[in-house]
Design a protein around this ligand. Structure first.
Ligand SMILES: NC(=O)c1ccc[n+]([C@@H]2O[C@H](COP(=O)([O-])OP(=O)(O)OC[C@H]3O[C@@H](n4cnc5c(N)ncnc54)[C@H](OP(=O)(O)O)[C@@H]3O)[C@@H](O)[C@H]2O)c1
Length: 294
């Protein structure tokens, strides 16, 4: 597919004006970001290319300085670099500062690094695209307190959500997440809880979101019963491969609406794309290509 991209999809080969974009991670070879951005760049006739760079955590500062020195236009970051990028930025958008994680960097003409977090609004974009909820009224139960959970909770709070219970295997991590965000959203009711049914307000939950690694690698039944959820509850998993995780399967079997992580992946990419190019990503085209690939 990568060979075809250059000759079949891009109108021309890279030349001396081609601008470079990319994603850094460790590892990074699993990343779908090149398969999202390159077709979009090609479709819009933009003379840019998006590559994946395996960057060891020990060499992150050198890599970032090198990108700026080379005149790269910008880059995305995936695990484990999102938090470590924060102190390396020359400017941080307030949301990225609150979350303490950067997933998108724009490099300006002077080589200054501007850090953003598009994961947070990307989740909300994906949610509202499919399910026009009034987030202000929603009772949310969110499972997990890792890097992705931080982004999703912040995105929901930015969008006006007022009631979120963050449940995690390690409760102290959920409490820390809340402590870090609470002062920025003083009207919101935020609670930390262990990941056990009895501790969660499932009977009042409108939106259940899984951000843990459960279901990513195995197909064991999800260790939390959905039995108490109201019939109109929406169940989300931010994992996109497999498309139907054990949690989403259990929700579907209970007749509940579901949403997987593909939309979040696409929308965080779409926001980054606009920051770099000033143009809208052709979302439907990219989504279809991705679905064909997966
Ligand atoms: N769709 C998207 O665009 C998108 C974007 C970002 C991430 N993701 C996905 O989100 C997931 C989480 O990523 P992350 O960066 O937040 O990871 P992370 O920082 O490592 O956090 C992992 C979370 O999973 C929990 N966990 C791990 N194993 C568990 C188990 N056996 N039982 C219960 N809880 C367990 C951890 O709990 P403890 O704190 O107790 O260890 C923690 O809350 C990944 O699957 C990633 O692919 C998707």
């Amino acid at each position: 597919m990568s060979a075809n991209l250059c000759t079949d999809t891009f109108p021309r080969l890279p030349d001396a004006q081609t601008r470079l974009l990319g994603v850094i991670g460790h590892p990074v070879s699993h990343s779908l970001s090149p398969a999202i951005h390159n077709p979009a760049l090609a479709m819009l006739g933009l003379n840019m290319r998006y590559l994946a760079f395996p960057v060891h955590p020990d060499r992150l500062p050198q890599a970032v300085r090198g990108f700026a020195a080379m005149g790269m236009l910008g880059f995305n970051a995936t695990v484990p670099h999102k938090e470590a990028l924060v102190p390396l930025m020359d400017w941080l958008e307030p949301l990225a500062q609150r979350i303490g994680a950067v997933n998108t960097v724009l490099i300006d003409e002077q080589g200054r690094l501007h850090g953003y977090n598009t994961d947070a609004p990307g989740f909300v974009d994906a949610l509202l695209e499919r399910h026009p909820l009034s987030l202000r009224q929603c009772n949310v139960v969110l499972l997990g307190a890792g890097g992705a959970a931080r982004g999703v909770v912040a995105g929901l709070l930015e969008a006006g959500c007022q009631r979120i219970t963050v449940a995690n295997r390690t409760v102290a991590r959920a409490a820390q997440l809340i402590a870090d965000l609470a002062s920025h959203y003083p009207t919101a009711a935020l609670h930390a809880a262990p990941m056990q049914e009895a501790a969660l307000p499932l009977e009042r939950c409108d939106l259940l979101i899984n951000t843990t690694l459960l279901g990513l690698h195995d197909q064991e039944p999800f260790p939390l019963s959905l039995h108490a959820l109201p019939a109109q509850a929406l169940v989300c998993d931010i994992v996109y491969a497999p498309a139907e995780t054990p949690l989403l399967r259990a929700a579907r079997q209970r007749g509940l609406a579901t949403l997987n992580g593909l939309g979040m992946l696409l929308h965080q990419a779409s926001r980054a794309f606009t920051l770099w190019t000033g143009q809208k990503m052709p979302l439907d085209f990219v989504r279809q290509r991705l679905l064909d690939m997966l």
